[in-house]
Design a binder for this molecule. Structure first.
Ligand SMILES: Cc1cc2nc3c(=O)[nH]c(=O)nc-3n(C[C@H](O)[C@H](O)[C@H](O)COP(=O)(O)O)c2cc1C
Length: 225
């Protein structure tokens, strides 16, 4: 199953990440079959931030050791915890069912949008992706394609690489969930606001090259599966 997630606050076709994730999904579905597909738009349907019910239930689950999601409901002790679990379980189930996840991730203030962070916080429930018998990750075979877009440039020769908190953050998070490092594919389109930002003037060619390279990388990744 392909899980397609968008998090740009811009709902229009001006959004670079939305255009690229849509192209990826179209190519993937043409090659691997259209049916096995879910699209989650975190701006149109935001994931609510965590509350105390989530953290209380999470601590109880941690004390019990590895509790598979199917057995968490039996540990719920209050309506607040039940509400939080109702919001969380469908997201866990959806991610666990995905073979490939394509994440649209605009850079907001050097990092990921709050809408995406809310989904990440909620879906990363204790033990949610651990095999109940072995503790091994259920996401060891899952591929994550992170489509990044930023107004600036953060490559190794820009002197600004240390300001990119998107890529290292997503690498750390997917790694913690048990996604293999070779299954995490960050693809960045840079200088996306070259048309409007005076600081980017004269960088039109570099912007076009970055977008073309991102498209080519995504086509290769969609073909793999
Ligand atoms: C709230 C906000 C914060 C942003 N912060 C940064 C930033 O820290 N660095 C940067 O290079 N671009 C920044 N940008 C520009 C976006 O990363 C850029 O417009 C990108 O293309 C957004 O993705 P989208 O086109 O899919 O909406 C920011 C844009 C917004 C709206």
């Amino acid at each position: 199953m392909l899980l397609h997630i968008d998090s740009s606050a811009d709902p229009t076709a001006d959004s670079v990440t939305r255009r690229l994730t849509a192209d990826f999904a179209r190519e993937w579905r043409a090659l691997h079959g259209p049916a096995d597909y879910r699209h989650r738009d975190l701006t149109a349907t935001p994931v609510p931030p965590l509350t105390g019910g989530y953290t209380r239930l999470g601590r109880r689950v941690e004390r019990e050791g590895f509790v598979p999601p199917a057995k968490v409901a039996a540990l719920i002790e209050s309506p607040a915890e039940a509400r939080e679990w109702e919001l969380t379980l469908p997201l866990i189930t959806e991610l666990a069912a995905a073979d490939t996840v394509v994440l649209g991730v605009p850079m907001y203030n050097f990092s990921v949008p709050a809408a995406l962070k809310a989904w990440i916080d909620r879906v990363t429930f204790p033990g949610a992706f651990a095999h109940p018998d072995t503790g091994e990750s259920l996401l060891a075979g899952t591929r994550v394609v992170a489509v990044l877009a930023r107004g600036g440039a953060y490559g190794p020769d820009t002197g600004r690489a240390a300001l990119d908190f998107q890529t290292p953050y997503l690498k750390a998070w997917t790694g913690r969930l048990g996604v293999r490092p070779e299954h995490f594919h960050p693809v960045a389109a840079e200088l996306t606001r070259v048309d409007v930002l005076p600081l980017s003037a004269g960088q039109e060619e570099a912007a076009a090259a970055s977008l073309a390279e991102a498209r080519a990388q995504l086509s290769r990744l969609a073909a793999v599966g």
